[in-house]
Design a protein around this ligand. Structure first.
Ligand code: NAI
Length: 318
């Protein structure tokens, strides 16, 4: 038998661990020696109601298998209380998995402020509050692992999910910056966009599809990223159905215009093809070096105006 990736003596906080993906993470880390804070508000998938039974059940399951776990019933909006539970029960926190989430799907036309605000509170404020409370501990011990949970809806858009998409892509920006701030302290932060069968997807996917989207199949990626041997940070992963892939930005060749009085909309139209020319892509981890580009552009001849060939009388657009 090979050697297991272990988390002995570490404390893992999993938010929204009363079911779905969070429960799968909690059971796994407990089985590999970690102390678990099983956080769950116990509400509906729309963010209504609450109760202690969702978290309690998972804690009982972990304990029955010989593991160590405590429950926390706070909303992630009160992330400091969740982290307090970890410190009080186990004296430390090593891994934070921001997983709690709800849906308020509705077409944009019918979106109410409440639908928007609640999604922002749980996903954006929630991830912030938990990470903010964990961060001083991570810094002090020069060790921390954070997983933030995005979604394909955030990366690619999804009908009826403008609120959720905004909140989910926010995880990417949050994670990128946190990864930069944490690097020096061995605080590694990554974003995952999972797909898995849960109560969240139960109503939108047929059973035979759901059968091949086991939450347990997302666990290995999270396990690798949060292990002490990991060096991965600031990355985005798509994970589901046994497929694990990285997602990154791609920059086109781009149009380069000389910045003078010929820098007009018409001149841009003339070079529009270059804006979306991905034949020589680059994969940026930061903004383009515009100072360098500006210098290159100064070497160019004046920009040509664009010719609109579609019109009967040829019009030159500037
Ligand atoms: P789930 O509904 O089974 O689990 C989410 C858990 O979070 C629930 O147990 C819920 O009670 C808890 N929760 C909700 N609001 C909370 C709050 N304010 N404080 C504490 N706990 C709270 O859903 P699932 O599918 O396991 O989702 C986990 C994460 O993965 C979510 O962030 C979700 O947006 C994300 N995700 C899931 C996808 C999927 O295919 N299942 C797709 C893309 C993203």
């Amino acid at each position: 038998a090979g050697q297991q990736l272990r988390y002995d003596g570490q404390t893992v906080v999993v938010t929204g661990a009363g079911g779905g993906l969070g429960k799968a993470y909690a059971l796994f880390f407990a089985s590999r020696g970690a102390n678990i804070v099983v956080n769950d508000l116990g509400g509906s998938f729309k963010g209504e109601g609450g109760g202690s039974s969702a978290a309690d059940k998972v804690v009982n399951e972990i304990k029955a298998a010989g593991g160590k776990a405590v429950a926390n019933y706070n909303s992630v909006e009160d992330g400091d209380k969740i982290i307090d539970t970890a410190i009080e029960a186990f004296g430390r926190i090593d891994v934070l998995i921001n997983n709690a989430g709800i849906l308020r799907d509705i077409s944009f036309k019918n979106m109410k402020d409440q639908d928007w605000d609640l999604i922002m509170k749980v996903h954006v404020v929630g991830a912030y509050k938990c990470a903010r409370a964990a961060f001083p501990h991570f810094r002090k011990q020069k060790y921390g692992r954070v997983i933030n949970t995005a979604s394909a809806a955030g990366l690619f858009g999804s009908f009826g999910q403008t609120n959720y998409s905004a909140a989910k892509l926010a995880q990417v920006g949050f994670t990128e910056s946190l990864a930069k701030e944490g690097l020096k302290y061995n605080i590694l932060c990554n974003t995952i966009a999972p797909i898995a069968a849960s109560r969240m997807t139960a109503t939108v996917m047929p059973p035979e599809v759901l059968e091949n989207l086991k939450p347990e199949w997302v666990v290995p990626l999270v396990a690798v990223l949060t292990h002490q041997s990991s060096e991965e940070t600031g990355s985005i992963f798509e994970v589901g159905g046994g497929h694990i892939a990285k997602i990154r930005w791609e920059r086109s060749k781009g149009a380069l215009l000389r910045a003078d009085d010929t820098f007009t909309p018409g001149a841009l139209l003339k070079k529009w093809e270059n804006v979306s020319d991905f034949s020589e892509p680059s994969y940026p981890t930061g903004p383009a070096n515009f100072m360098e580009l500006l210098e290159d552009a100064q070497q160019l001849p004046p920009n040509p105006p664009s010719e609109n060939i579609g019109l009967k009388d040829k019009v030159v657009l500037v």
